[in-house]
Design a protein around this ligand. Structure first.
Ligand code: PNS
Length: 161
């Protein structure tokens, strides 16, 4: 049984993340999508909101579960029984940071390896930050996130008005 963990901020989850989750779920026996409780960032969605949104949009994938973590990723991976970390690479600009992260994690715990999946070209430009920016101006985000996620984002911005 090969279990992998897909960590991230997911504030909010986009079609780019979902593409990685689906593909990882077809490669590994079990995937845990783990939301980082980011210290120092002021996210649009709370950790529990992000977990609930991820659960909703991955409910058709039987081998995908969602949780959250605080602290070091490698500690959470070991606790979850995962020895592979999945990360998506959109472009060369992601590479340096991702390489540093993977190598640091490997130094911290050599049992945990990182597997990179290249983001589909359709979503290579996409980031949670740009989705939030477009939504904050009332723009159309239907090409970037599922309708369920779009509704939650617009609701947040409306509430903040
Ligand atoms: O979606 P993101 O913000 O690019 O995800 C970054 C994430 C969650 C993978 C990374 O920040 C992380 O693993 N944070 C937990 C702390 C940690 O273990 N850092 C690694 C050593 S620098």
């Amino acid at each position: 049984m090969k279990k992998a963990i897909y960590p991230g901020s997911f504030d909010p989850v986009t079609y780019g993340h979902l593409d990685i989750i689906r593909r990882a779920a077809s490669i590994f026996d079990e995937i845990t999508v783990s939301v980082l409780n980011n210290r120092g960032k002021s996210p649009l969605f709370s950790v529990s909101e992000r977990v609930n949104i991820l659960k909703e949009v991955t409910k058709d994938l039987p081998n995908v579960t969602v949780d959250s973590f605080d602290g070091l990723l490698v500690d959470h991976a070991i606790k979850s029984g995962a020895d592979v970390v999945i990360r998506g690479l959109r472009a060369i600009t992601d590479f340096e940071y991702e390489l540093q992260l993977a190598q640091t994690n490997r130094k911290l715990c050599e049992k945990v390896d990182t597997v990179f999946l290249t983001t589909s070209l359709d979503y290579a430009y996409l980031s949670s930050s740009t989705v939030k920016e477009v939504a904050s101006y009332g723009g159309d985000i239907s090409k970037f996130v599922p309708q369920y996620v779009a509704d939650q984002i617009y609701y947040k911005f409306k509430k903040g008005e």
